[in-house]
Design a protein around this ligand. Structure first.
Ligand code: GLC
Length: 564
C-alpha cells in the first residue's frame, strides 16, 4: 500500500506495541471541524482527515488527538455531546471513524479521542429523559437539579458559568412555567453538568470507554478532568477567582480516575489518558498523575509562560520536579483550540502587551510584532521538542498560523462570546480552517471553497503547499525536528541537566543529564543580544545559522537550536 511505503521511506519505527509510548510521543491535535473538508459543506470531516493522514506520517508525529467527533448540536464546538457512541453527521459515520483509526494505525500513528464527562448536550438522551420527568425523578438525578433559593425564585447559589452569567438555569414545567428547581451548567446552558454520584452516569462512561477501546482507540483526552465532582450541599463560592470555585478539584474526582485507569488496563497494550487539568498548585496537579490515575496531563504552566528566560526555566524545573514525584512524564504544550496562537501571543509581547491566555478580548490598539512573533513561535516549538516528556502540536502550529483577530462578531461561534456580550469568547480566532494549497478558494480546505469561518486572504503563502520543500519554512523546521527527535535516543523521555546559569537569558540544557555520548544540547536565546553556546556542531536551528565563535556558536536572539 502506498501509505505504508511512505511510512517506510521516512524510516518510521512503529510504536504500536510499546506500552509506554505516551511518555515521549509528539501528539498532533486535530480540530475536526477545521482540518480538512471532503464533502464540500465548509466543515471539516473524517473523510477529509483520512485523505490527509499521510501528511501527518510524513510530518513525523507519533499520535493524533481528535477534538470531539461525537453526535452534537455543536453549541460548543462539539464539547456538547448528544451521543458518546456515534459520530456527528457533519463529520461522517461510525464506519468512517473505524476506518480512520485503522488507517492511522497502518501509518504508525496512535489515536487519542476527546471525551467530555463533566456534562452532556441538552440533546443527550439523559437530559431529554430528565426534561420529560418531574424534578426529583431518577432521570433528574443524573444531573444537578436543585431547589432554588428565595422559595425557588433565585438560583440555589452564587456559582457562575465559565462562559459568563449564572451557572444555573430554571427547570420549566410542560407549560414553560418555572418549577422552582434549577439545573447546573458550569459551561453553556446547553451543557448540563452530570451528577457523578449517580451509578448510571458512571456506568455510561465506563461502557463508552470500552466501546472505543474495542475499536482500537489508544487513549482519551479527558475534558475538564477536575470538574466532575461538586462540593456537597452546593455551598456559596464566597466570590473570588472562578477557578477556585467549589466545583473544581474536589477530592472525590480522583476515585473516578482510578476506576477509569482500571478499564484502560483491561486492554492490551494498556490505553492511556491525558487530562485537561487546570488547578492552582503543582501539588494538586500531580495528584492527578499518581500511578493509578491519569497517565499524563496538559502542562498549562508551560502554555501560559511568557517569553522570559527565568520564567521558562522555572516552569521547566517545577514541571519536571512535580511529575518526577509520581514517576509521570511531563508534557509540553504551547497551543490548543482554546487559546490564542503562539505567533500572535509572542508577537504581542514583543510589542509590549500581554495577550490573555484564555481568549478574552485581545488588547485593543496593539499591533503584534509579527516578525519576532514568528521567530519566537519557531524557537518555542524547537525548544519544547527538546524537553523530556511528550509534546503537543496544535493543527497549523507547524505552519506558524497567526491568531485571526478580526473575525466579525456575526461569524463567531464561541458560546462565551454570546454569553458575555463580546467581553470574552474569542476562541474562534485559533479555529480558522487549515490552508493546504496556495491558490484555491479556502486554500484547499474544502473542494467547494466553503469554510465555516472566513480564512484570511493572505493564508495561501502559509499553506502546506507553499511551505513544503522550502527549507526556511516553519513546516520544514517542524519536520526536521521531528525526524531528528525520532532517531535521537537522547531526546524524548528522560532527564536534563542545566548548563546555563539560573539568571542567564539564554537557556542551555543537556539531554540527558549525565555526561554521556551521545547527547544533545537544547538552547533558546530569550535575551536581546547573541549568546555564545559552547558546542562543536549545530544539529538544527530555528533561525539563521548560528555563527561559529570561540569554542561554540553565537545563537541570535529569539532563536533556539539543538547542538552537540
Ligand atoms: C474544555 C475544552 C473547551 C470546552 C470546555 C467545555 O475546556 O477544551 O473547548 O469549551 O471544556 O467542554
Amino acid at each position: 500500500m502506498a501509505k505504508r511505503r511512505i511510512a517506510r521511506l521516512d524510516g518510521r519505527v512503529s510504536i504500536t506495541n510499546d506500552a509506554t509510548w505516551w511518555r515521549s510521543a509528539v501528539i498532533y491535535q486535530i480540530y475536526p471541524k477545521s482540518w480538512a473538508d471532503a464533502d464540500g459543506d465548509g466543515f471539516g470531516d473524517l473523510a477529509g482527515i483520512r485523505t490527509r493522514l499521510g501528511y501527518l506520517a510524513r510530518l513525523g508525529v507519533d499520535a493524533i488527538w481528535l477534538s470531539p467527533w461525537y453526535r452534537s448540536p455543536q453549541a460548543d464546538g462539539g464539547y456538547d455531546v448528544a451521543d458518546f457512541r456515534d459520530i456527528d453527521p457533519i463529520f461522517g459515520t461510525l464506519a468512517d471513524a473505524e476506518a480512520l483509526i485503522d488507517e492511522a494505525h497502518d501509518l504508525g500513528l496512535k489515536v487519542i479521542v476527546d471525551i467530555v464527562p463533566n456534562h452532556t448536550s441538552d440533546q443527550h438522551r439523559f437530559f431529554q429523559e430528565a426534561l420529560a420527568s418531574e424534578p426529583g425523578s431518577p432521570a433528574w438525578d443524573r444531573y444537578h437539579c436543585v431547589r432554588g433559593a428565595d422559595g425557588g425564585a433565585s438560583p440555589p447559589n452564587d456559582w457562575t458559568s465559565a462562559f459568563g452569567g449564572p451557572a444555573w438555569d430554571p427547570v420549566l414545567d410542560a407549560d414553560g412555567q418555572p418549577t422552582g428547581w434549577w439545573y447546573l451548567h458550569v459551561f453553556d446552558s446547553a451543557q448540563p453538568d452530570l451528577n457523578w454520584d449517580n451509578p448510571e452516569v458512571r456506568e455510561e462512561f465506563l461502557d463508552t470507554l470500552r466501546f472505543w477501546f474495542d475499536r482500537g482507540v489508544d487513549g482519551f483526552r479527558i475534558d475538564v478532568a477536575t470538574g466532575l465532582v461538586k462540593a456537597e450541599g452546593y455551598p456559596h463560592s464566597g466570590g473570588g477567582e472562578e477557578d477556585r470555585y467549589p466545583y473544581w478539584d474536589q477530592p472525590g474526582v480522583h476515585e473516578i480516575w482510578r476506576e477509569w485507569r482500571r478499564v484502560a488496563n483491561e486492554h492490551q497494550p494498556p490505553r492511556a489518558f491525558v487530562g485537561e487539568v487546570w488547578v492552582g498548585s503543582q501539588e494538586a496537579f500531580v495528584a492527578y498523575l499518581r500511578p493509578d490515575e491519569l497517565h499524563t496531563a496538559f502542562n498549562f504552566d508551560h502554555l501560559k509562560c511568557p517569553w522570559d528566560a527565568s520564567a521558562l526555566r522555572g516552569v521547566v524545573e517545577r514541571s519536571l520536579h512535580a511529575a518526577g514525584q509520581v514517576s509521570a512524564p511531563s508534557t509540553w504544550v504551547l497551543e490548543n483550540h482554546d487559546v490564542p496562537r503562539v505567533r500572535t501571543r509572542y508577537g504581542m509581547e514583543a510589542a509590549g502587551a500581554r495577550m490573555p491566555h484564555a481568549n478574552t478580548a485581545p488588547p485593543p490598539d496593539v499591533v503584534p510584532d509579527d516578525a519576532r512573533g514568528l521567530a519566537r513561535a519557531r524557537a518555542g516549538l524547537l525548544f519544547m521538542l527538546g524537553l523530556p516528556g511528550s509534546a503537543y502540536v496544535y493543527q497549523g502550529q507547524e505552519l506558524g498560523l497567526p491568531e485571526v483577530l478580526d473575525l466579525p462578531a456575526e461569524v463567531r461561534q464561541d458560546p462565551a462570546f454570546r454569553r458575555t456580550g463580546g467581553a470574552e469568547g474569542y476562541r474562534d480566532g485559533c479555529r480558522v480552517p487549515m490552508p493546504w494549497t496556495r491558490q484555491d478558494h479556502s486554500f484547499g480546505f474544502s473542494p467547494t471553497g466553503a469554510s465555516w469561518l472566513p480564512m484570511p486572504a493572505d493564508w495561501g503563502e502559509l499553506s502546506v503547499e507553499a511551505q513544503l520543500g522550502d527549507p526556511g519554512s516553519m513546516l520544514e523546521l517542524t519536520r526536521d525536528a521531528l525526524r531528528i527527535r525520532r532517531r535521537e535516543p537522547a531526546l524524548g523521555d528522560g532527564d536534563l541537566g542545566w548548563i546555563s546559569e539560573p539568571d542567564d537569558p539564554c537557556l542551555v540544557l543537556r539531554r540527558p543529564a549525565e555526561e554521556t555520548d551521545p547527547h544533545v544540547l537544547v538552547a533558546v536565546n530569550m535575551g536581546e543580544a547573541p549568546a555564545l553556546v559552547e558546542a562543536t556542531e549545530v544539529v538544527l536551528s530555528s533561525g539563521r545559522d548560528p555563527a561559529p565563535g570561540r569554542g561554540g556558536f553565537w545563537l541570535p536572539p529569539d532563536t533556539a537550536a539543538w547542538l552537540r
